[in-house]
Design a protein around this ligand. Structure first.
Ligand code: UFG
Length: 319
């Protein structure tokens, strides 16, 4: 297929673009490099450096079979401080994309949605029919886009799939996580192991969980990429399917730090810190729907594998 990958110079976008190129698709990456990196665009993909809202109409005029839409702002804390960046950068931009797709008859869309659309869960594992009550503008902006996509599927026959990621981690060779402002647990812990940070702060040790620290569902970025390729194949005109994607088991902050110690051989000092605003205690996905309907089979669910691949990547960048 001839595919447009928005945000294909970012972490998840670049890994998915690499999988798409390897699978033989004709890939164009559109990215403004506001948070992505030019050298993360895989060999074999065309690269357009431009603002999505400005450029997407012209790019899609070339005729594409589908779009994988990763480009977004994705920091929960920033979204609380500066919601305008999220309503404009996520919702307005995605609306421009949807309109350009409609105009140029681009039929398929795979969208990066998030567990943050659910907010504080009433039950875990979280299924797709759980209530959606986002607790921050980031999650709310992604939910608004999901609603827009659903209405375009019904009214305009778009074949669309939203994938709600839980905690993405790991790396795909030279494609990995490198944010200028790093807020995610595993890369932060590995920064300590590689000597670029002194200690990891554990945000809260009094949560209602077995060891008192928050529990999350970590999904390997390669498993996530596999789900995108399957979603693209299974997308059906007039239908907006939504799938949660996680590994299906939860690991506490303490367990993650322990796994990183085992993988790196570094003592990784951890210090207690106050709870971080907006963190739910436990987030675990039910990915049964993705397994049943897409035939998705995550194969890198072991925490040691996820951390090991992230560590290889971190070492390659700091060597
Ligand atoms: N944590 C620490 N210390 C740190 C960083 C994180 O203790 O220095 C803890 C957090 O409090 C949380 C866990 O580690 O309990 C994981 O935190 P991350 O920041 O790595 O990930 P989140 O669970 O906050 O965020 C993920 C996605 C978001 C999505 C959110 C849904 O990255 O995009 O899940 O709630 F919005």
């Amino acid at each position: 297929m001839k595919l447009l990958v928005t945000g294909g110079a970012g972490y998840v976008g670049s890994v998915c673009a690499a999988h798409l190129v390897d699978a033989g698709h004709d890939v164009t990456v559109l990215d403004d490099l506001s948070t992505g990196h030019k050298d993360a665009v895989p060999d074999g993909a065309r690269f357009v450096e431009a603002d999505l809202a400005d450029a997407v109409d012209e790019v899609l005029a070339d005729g594409f079979d589908g779009v994988l839409h990763f480009a977004a702002k994705s920091l929960v804390g920033e979204s609380v401080q500066r919601p305008e960046l999220y309503w404009n950068g996520n919702v307005v931009t995605s609306f421009r994309l949807l309109e350009a797709m409609r105009r140029h008859r681009t039929r398929r869309l795979v969208f990066s949605s998030t567990a943050a659309t659910y907010g504080e869960p009433e039950q875990v594992p979280i299924r797709e029919d759980a209530p959606t009550r986002p607790t921050n503008p980031y999650g709310a902006s992604k939910l608004a886009i999901d609603h827009a996509i659903g209405s375009y599927a019904v009214a305009h026959g778009l074949a669309a799939v939203s994938l709600r990621y839980f905690n993405v981690a790991g790396a795909h060779g030279r494609f990995g996580e490198r944010h200028t402002v790093e807020t995610h647990l595993i890369p932060i812990v590995l920064q300590v192991a590689s000597g670029t940070r002194e200690a990891v702060q554990v945000y809260g040790e009094d949560w209602p969980t077995p060891d008192g620290t928050c529990v999350r569902d970590y999904i390997h970025v390669d498993d996530l990429a596999d789900a995108h390729l399957l979603a693209l194949e299974h997308a059906q005109p007039g239908r907006h399917a939504i799938y949660n994607l996680g590994s299906g088991s939860g690991f506490s902050v303490r367990e993650v730090v322990e796994a990183c110690r085992a993988v790196t051989g570094h003592p990784i000092p951890a210090v207690a810190a106050p709870r971080r605003a907006g963190d739910p205690a436990v987030l675990i996905a039910s990915s049964e729907a993705a397994k049943a309907e897409l035939g998705w089979r995550p194969s890198r669910t072991d925490l040691a594998t996820i951390v090991g691949d992230a560590w290889e990547f971190t070492r390659s960048r700091t060597a």
